[in-house]
Design a protein around this ligand. Structure first.
Ligand code: ZN
Length: 269
């Protein structure tokens, strides 16, 4: 169906269903779910139907020579857009700053995260990484966002993305739930082994997810065709074995876990 026809059909469905957002229209691929794009009346409808906010935790970080620097937020936002289309809710703009391990560099300055991974020999500042903030500042930023989301009328928040930000979020879920009176969801330790999204660093998993979400941003020709040459600053299975179909499979497994969390919490039937 041409795009214009789909839009008019959705307008009809929405008008016919009154104030609440019709889930049949919400499942359509072009429905607006990004917070920054909503008009106030659209915001009111989506918030009223499902007061869930999604917070993508990203970075601007080296993800091998073959993936873009913003891969973390592209993947976490991509998953959340899909969740919002299926389950309702509104997707916040990603945070591109986050904590990570750090240590002084031999020649001065600091090394962070993948700068001193096993696959980075010798350890060095990897090109393009520009995201590190202390853990305490990250906690403060997320606290401030939660306070504003609560004030705006949300009752639940799902956050995920970049590993160290994911774990910081998961560690503080219960304390923050008590402090803000919000229901909070993340990749907690009990589901981590089943979670399939962003579970390596620029390796087969993240590369496959990126090939699903944004194939035109992935360039495997930047990696050596010689399998004995290990990609620099990459952690996990070889990204040269990645594929969009596997990315889609991983995405669906994670979306199913989100659905189950929401059902368990009584947010979805
Ligand atoms: Zn990543």
């Amino acid at each position: 169906m041409p795009k214009a026809d789909r839009r008019s059909r959705r307008t009809f469905i929405t008008a016919a269903s009154g104030a609440s957002v019709s889930l049949s229209s919400a499942a359509e691929p072009d429905v607006k779910v990004l917070y920054a794009e909503l008009l106030p009346h659209e915001f009111r409808k989506r918030l009223g139907a499902r007061p869930i906010a999604y917070l993508p935790l990203g970075t601007l970080e080296w993800h091998g020579e073959h993936l873009p620097l913003g891969s973390d937020a592209i993947q976490s936002e991509g998953l959340m857009i899909e969740c919002a289309r299926r389950f309702g809710g509104i997707v916040m703009p990603p945070i591109h700053l986050g904590p990570d391990r750090g240590r002084p560099a031999p020649g001065g300055g600091m090394l962070y995260g993948m700068d001193y991974a096993d696959s980075t020999r010798p350890p060095r500042q990897l090109d393009g990484s520009c995201y590190w903030i202390p853990k305490g500042l990250h906690l403060q930023i997320v606290d401030a966002i939660l306070e504003q989301l609560k004030r705006a009328g949300f009752r639940a928040v799902f956050a995920d993305g970049h590993g160290p930000s994911r774990w910081s979020w998961a560690e503080n879920l219960e304390e923050r739930e008590a402090r803000y009176g919000l229901k909070l969801f993340g990749v907690t330790r009990d589901i981590a082994s089943q979670w399939k999204s962003q579970v390596d660093h620029a390796a087969r998993n993240e590369t496959s997810l990126m090939m699903h979400f944004r194939p035109h941003l992935v360039d495997l020709s930047q990696l050596s065709p010689d399998r004995s040459v290990a990609p620099v600053g990459v952690g996990g299975q070889d990204p040269r074995d990645a594929g969009a179909a596997y990315g889609r499979e991983c995405l669906e497994a994670s979306i199913e876990l989100v659905r189950r969390m929401f059902v368990k919490a009584g947010l979805l039937a």
